[in-house]
Design a protein around this ligand. Structure first.
Ligand SMILES: Nc1ncnc2c1ncn2[C@@H]1O[C@H](COP(=O)(O)OP(=O)(O)OP(=O)(O)O)[C@@H](O)[C@H]1O
Ligand SMILES: [Mg+2]
Length: 483
């Protein structure tokens, strides 16, 4: 039998009936503990409130004196403690076939209800063994509900933590509007298209929308359409079954299937080849995926958030992107403004990342001189927030105490050779501190990759010249702040 004791509260105004309950459960008095007995609803509510979750099961009479009773009392008790289980006992004479009353009690939140006595056993409530079994079942339900409440609370806490780490910093008008839009649209199920320059925070926005939506306990799956080789896109998105083509040695789940119930983030959606666009359109229209090699289609329920740093309308005009797909994705358009349109956020972001990385690297947070601040604000940040993040990390690594203009110039110079010297050669020394070997390696990588990109017609060509697979090339470019 059960291990723990079951704490019971009785709400009953007739001493004789209290006695019958006591008598009925007597054989189990070590397990079923009659904690308290009260005769009216108001007192009962006070006790439940004060007990702080200590009662497991309430046994209440339906007809008691006082203002609060019946369904109203059940609802109020459940408001205080949603997992408490309530057993209602009623006079047999009126209720034996009263289905309406039974329904109304259950709808109010009662666990079970029974009549007081079945004829000649006046010292007992209902059928004694059934009555006891109901208390045990009520307790089991209480236990399970509490467990699930606890794990939901934990999940919610985890999500709050995730969101704290993915906070959208900024006080400009644009960011304030964006935050409001995120609140509003995360409550809907509509597809969203986020546009904006590189590094402005599109992925961050998508993340916030998912984790504030009803789908927050489900998966958030990110697909970078630009980094998948074209010939693999369809099998990545839609999957295939074993044996559907040579090399398909096992079933493969597509990302749509993985994201089922949750959100799929299609980053750089403009890079999808036209053949995949057709298939994507069909999935959105029919809510089904055509898995390669599968006879019948597979139903999926996925919310799509897409992002692009291109002007998709232009791509549509140039027939590079399907118009019908564009409208399906762009149900709600969101725009993330570049920093040139919201200079006011620059210093706030710099300060936020200084604080963040100083803590992470266990360094004291340095001060910024006024001139250094001016320089940071006047810089045009082509890589937007991602670039600020990188520069701040560099500043923290290379300066101690106070950050001056020289430090900022040096960080920007190493980061973005275009704005300070137009050539691809490397200066070993710029008049400041010497670079560590690691920083020099990174600088060399930046300059060389940038040089190769300038001398290639496409990313695929650049990747080939560098001897890298396209996804690795893509990752490297992101790392270096080129994308
Ligand atoms: N407003 C912001 N507050 C805090 N961090 C931000 C903000 N905007 C962007 N970031 C951070 O900057 C980095 C780049 O953002 P993100 O990856 O979302 O940009 P993106 O628009 O998707 O860029 P891309 O077009 O290159 O994919 C991320 O580390 C992100 O967390
Ligand atoms: Mg992105």
């Amino acid at each position: 039998m059960m291990q723990s004791k079951i704490n019971i509260l009785i709400i009953e105004d007739e001493q004789f009936d209290v006695h019958r309950i006591q008598n009925t459960i007597k054989p189990y008095k070590d397990k079923l503990i009659l904690k308290d007995v009260v005769s009216d609803g108001v007192k009962a509510l006070q006790l439940v409130k004060d007990s702080d979750g200590n009662y497991d099961v309430v046994i209440m009479d339906y007809q008691i004196a006082g203002g609060i009773r019946g369904e109203q009392l059940i609802i109020k008790i459940k408001e205080i403690d949603p997992s408490i289980q309530i057993i209602v006992v009623t006079k047999m004479t009126i209720n034996i076939t009263d289905y309406e009353l039974a329904n109304s009690l259950m709808n109010s939140g009662a666990f079970w209800y029974c009549t007081k006595y079945p004829g000649d056993i006046e010292n007992y409530i209902y059928q004694p063994t059934d009555f006891i079994i109901s208390i045990l079942n009520a307790y089991e339900k209480r236990r399970l509900e509490r467990l699930s409440l606890r794990s939901n609370k934990k999940l919610n806490q985890n999500i709050e933590e995730l969101l704290r780490a993915k906070k959208i910093i900024g006080q400009s008008e644009q960011v304030q509007v964006l935050r409001k839009q995120i609140e509003k649209y995360s409550a809907t199920e509509a597809n969203i298209l986020i546009s904006g320059e590189t590094g402005t925070g599109k992925e961050l926005v998508a993340y916030n929308i998912h984790y504030k939506s009803k789908r927050k306990f489900e998966k958030f799956v990110i697909v970078n359409c630009g980094s998948l080789p074209h010939e693999l896109i369809e099998s990545e998105l839609f999957g295939y079954t074993k044996g559907s083509f040579t090399g398909a040695t096992a079933d493969k789940m597509g990302l749509f299937e993985v994201a089922n119930g949750g959100t799929l983030f299609l980053d750089e959606v403009s890079e999808l080849p036209l053949s995949a666009q057709v298939k994507l359109l069909r999935v959105i229209q029919n809510g089904e995926i055509e898995k390669i090699g599968r006879m019948n289609n597979l139903k999926v329920n996925v919310r799509i958030i897409a992002a692009t740093n291109k002007n998709l309308e232009e791509e549509v005009k140039e027939n590079k992107f399907r118009e019908d797909l564009y409208y399906r994705l762009n149900v709600i358009p969101l725009y993330v403004a570049p920093l040139t349109e919201r200079e006011g956020d620059i210093i706030m972001l710099v300060d936020y990342f200084l604080d963040f990385f100083a803590k992470e690297m266990d360094l004291p947070k340095p001060m910024l001189s006024e001139e250094a601040t001016d320089l940071l604000v006047s810089y045009n940040w082509p890589g937007n927030v991602r670039e600020i993040k990188n520069i701040v990390q560099r500043l923290l690594l290379n300066t101690e105490g106070k950050i001056n203009t020289g430090d900022v110039k040096f960080a920007l110079l190493n980061k973005n050779n275009k704005s300070y010297n137009g050539n691809d050669s490397i200066n070993f020394w710029n008049g400041g501190e010497f670079l560590t070997l690691k920083d020099m390696e990174k600088l060399l990588k930046e300059k060389y990759v940038s040089f190769i990109r300038k001398n290639s017609k496409s990313d695929a060509e650049a990747a080939k010249k560098l001897g890298l697979a396209p996804p690795n090339f893509h990752r490297l470019c992101k790392e270096l702040g080129f994308k």
